[in-house]
Design a protein around this ligand. Structure first.
Ligand code: SF4
Length: 205
């Protein structure tokens, strides 16, 4: 573990999160699957990290279905999945930016992900590569607007300036992705347990 990852993991623990560090995504995935009981319901927000880690497939091998609204084939099914995903026992999310002093930031368009990470679930697991660590809140906001959102806008083929330029233009585009930002300084009391799995790889945006 490098010095920055060590400092961040320790800071998260000091701030009250259940913080663990893994060198590889494979190790983190195995620990996550091991932590979830087949009796629990599980959902996740949209996340390149979670998809690239093969979490859905690993949970399925244990008989656990991961609810994902992106799996829906029709708008009604998508809306229904979003509702059901808001009240599962366990919620999984990646992180858009993480400060070295242990503060978590996520930015969202629908709002499902930022809402679910602060309320509505018994346990929340964050999964994040070390590429998400920033020096402070100011750098974290720069990351949200000039790295995470432009890359997601491009991936989702959104008609926003950042999808073309890679930089935030504080747009008023109807397809604007960034609509709500949540800063989590300490685990919320509406959730029993918030774990952060920091992974020594580059994962997601
Ligand atoms: S405000 Fe618009 S241009 Fe800026 S990051 Fe959000 S979607 Fe992109």
């Amino acid at each position: 573990m490098n010095e920055l990852a060590k400092r961040t993991t320790e800071a998260l623990t000091r701030n009250g999160f259940k913080s663990r560090y893994f060198e590889t995504a494979d190790e983190a995935r195995a620990a996550l699957v091991d932590s979830i009981d087949p009796s629990e319901t599980v959902a996740a927000g949209g996340s390149v990290t979670i998809r690239s880690m093969g979490i859905k497939e690993a949970l399925a091998a244990k008989g656990i279905k991961l609810l994902l609204h992106s799996d829906a084939s029709a708008p009604e099914e998508r809306a229904e999945t979003l509702k059901r995903a808001a009240v599962t026992d366990v919620y999984l999310s990646s992180i858009n930016a993480l400060t070295a002093d242990g503060v978590i930031l996520n930015i969202d368009g629908i709002g499902n992900r930022v809402a679910s990470t602060v309320f509505g679930h018994r346990r929340v697991f964050y999964l994040a590569g070390v590429n998400k660590i920033t020096g402070n809140l100011q750098e974290a906001f720069i990351r949200l607007k000039n790295v995470a959102t432009p890359l997601n806008a491009k991936r989702l083929n959104r008609k926003t300036p950042c999808a073309v330029t890679g930089k935030c233009e504080n747009c008023d585009a109807p397809e604007r992705l960034c609509r709500a930002t949540v800063i989590i300084e300490r685990p919320t009391t509406g959730t029993e347990e918030i774990s952060v799995f920091l992974i020594g790889e580059t994962l997601g945006y």
